[in-house]
Structure formats: C-alpha cells, structure tokens
Design a protein around this ligand. Structure first.
Ligand code: NDP
Length: 268
C-alpha cells in the first residue's frame, strides 16, 4: 500500500517575490500579510509611514511561517513615491538585489482620495493633479516597470487596486473615480500586450473598506449611508479584499486575465 507523505506541502506562493505598494497601512498592509502567509517574500513600499512599514516587516520576519523557510529575511520595507519613475525603478532593483530573483508579483495599492470630497466644480487643478499623479501616473509607472521586469513563463502577476466608485459614480468622487477608470482601461490593454509572457494583469476594485482613507473627512451619516448601500449591511474590511488578491497571485488565478474584479459585498 502506498504511504501517505508527511512532508509539508509547498505554500502556493512559496519563495515568490511580491512588491506591494502602499503596504504600510490599510488594504496594502492586509494584502502583504496575506501574501506572506501564502509563502511570498515581500518588498513593502510606503512613502511616509516608516514606523508602520518597519513594524509590518518585523511582524512578517518573525512570524512562525518564516520558520519553514531557509532565508530569515522575508520582508523588507522600501520607501518610494509611486509617482516618481526613478523611485519605482528602485523598488524593483531592491527586490532583485535582496531576494536574488526577478519579482513575480506587483500589487499596486498606493492611492489617495481627496478627503474634501469636492464636486468637479470645486476641484482645484492642484488637487486633481495630486489624485492623478498618485493613482493614475503611479499605477502606470508600476505597471510599466512590472511589464518589463516581472518573471516570464508563468507566475507573473500584475494586480492594480482600482475602486468600485468607477461604477458607483457618487458626487464628490469625480477626480478620484476618473483616476481609477483610467487604470481599469490600462489593465485591460496591458493584459493583451503581455500575450505570451505568462504574466496576467487584473484590477481589484473594492467598495467602501474601513481604512484611514475611507474614514478621512467623513461624518457619521456618510458612514451609515455607505453601510446602507451595501447588501451585506456592513462596511468592508481589509481582510475582505486580501484573499481575492491572493487568489489572483497564485497559479490557480492564471485564467483570470484582463479583468476588473469588484470586491464590495454587492455595493454596485
Ligand atoms: P490608506 O489611505 O489606508 O493607505 C494608503 C497607502 O498608500 C499607504 O500605505 C500610503 O503610504 C500609500 N501611499 C500614498 N501615496 C503614496 C505614494 N505617492 N507612493 C507610495 N505610497 C503611497 O488607503 P487604503 O488602504 O484604504 O487604499 C488602498 C487602495 O485601495 C487605494 O488605491 C485606494 O484608492 C483603493 N480603494 C480603497 C477603498 C477604501 O474604501 N478604503 C475603496 C476602493 C479602493 P504612507 O502610509 O507612507 O502614507
């Protein structure tokens, strides 16, 4: 009779290298922890929250999961502004130098939302440019670098965070929703341009998720409205988004390509 192996199965992302932008807080943080739990090594990007990024790296590096791996350092915090081409290039350079491997996965979670929720009539050019600079130019720069530098032949994954507001179209979100709509268009085209590379490219578009971004500038009534608008009767949490990104990042997600996946409890 054949013996049942007692050896532990390899994790789905065992030793694959993932770059997560906006990893210091919110959704990016939850995604990073989840990818680490699937076995990935991580470049944790941030712009200002160095303490949070350091703590996250320490948490991943000391987690019991790391004991199954040979390399002690599983996660490294890296400061970079995603709207700056040279700094985005550095993220990939650091990934290659630290983990001696081409990166496999790029998750762009860095993003900004104007907490003043201005109508288009009241949006300043400066605020418009700021939103597009981080959300659209940043997504483009990360996507471009990934398209050139992710591993080929299987396992390459580009995952950009968009927003269900592209479908929700609420007043006060004009520049923000437009900045994400551009990202959704770009992902559908880059997925085709990457034909033959084995790299998939998708957007994950959450609805309202309890994070610093969601709560900034909102009163109690606006928060209640977001809850009422969701058939599940609650706000989303970062842990509602991370497993969807995790699935897309694994080999099991290979057949999902060029798509925008809304993760919002039925909000829109
Ligand atoms: P948070 O505000 O909680 O976190 C934003 C993250 O982005 C932080 O890690 C921040 O770094 C980083 N960041 C901001 N600007 C830059 C930059 N120029 N370069 C690099 N990193 C930057 O946001 P969420 O986690 O809520 O949002 C994550 C993504 O999900 C965003 O793209 C957002 O648009 C999208 N989203 C969020 C929803 C929500 O309701 N929360 C709904 C739909 C989509 P630092 O800590 O250093 O400032």
């Amino acid at each position: 009779m054949a013996e049942v192996s007692t050896l532990p199965l390899p994790l789905p992302l065992q030793d694959r290298v993932a770059i997560v932008t906006g990893a210091s807080r919110g959704i990016g943080r939850a995604i990073s922890l989840h990818l680490a739990s699937l076995g990935a090594k991580l470049v944790l990007n941030y712009t200002t929250s160095s303490t949070q990024a350091d703590l996250l790296a320490a948490e991943i590096n000391s987690s019991s999961l790391t004991h199954t791996h040979t390399q002690p350092q599983r996660a490294i915090p890296v400061q970079a502004d995603v709207s700056d081409p040279a700094q985005v290039k550095t993220l990939f350079d650091v990934a290659e130098q630290t983990f001696k491997s081409q990166p496999h996965i790029l998750v762009n979670s860095a993003g900004v939302l104007d907490p003043k929720y201005p109508t288009i009539a009241n949006t300043t050019v400066q605020d418009f440019d700021n939103v597009f600079s981080v959300n659209t130019r940043g997504a483009f720069l990360c996507c471009r670098e990934a398209a050139n530098r992710l591993t080929r032949g299987g396992g390459g994954r580009i995952i950009l965070l968009s927003s269900s507001m592209v479908g929700g179209l609420q007043p006060g979100y004009g520049a923000y929703a437009a900045s994400k709509a551009a990202v959704e268009t770009m992902i559908k085209i880059v997925a085709k341009e990457l034909a033959g590379t084995g790299i998939t490219a998708n957007c994950v578009a959450p609805g309202p998720i309890a994070s610093d971004m969601f709560f900034a500038g909102k009163g109690e009534e606006q928060i209640k409205m977001a809850i009422r608008a969701c058939p599940m009767g609650r706000l989303g949490e970062t842990k509602d988004v991370a497993p969807v990104v995790g699935f897309l990042a694994t080999d099991a997600g290979e057949w999902v390509n060029g798509q925008v996946i809304r993760v919002n409890g039925g909000y829109v």
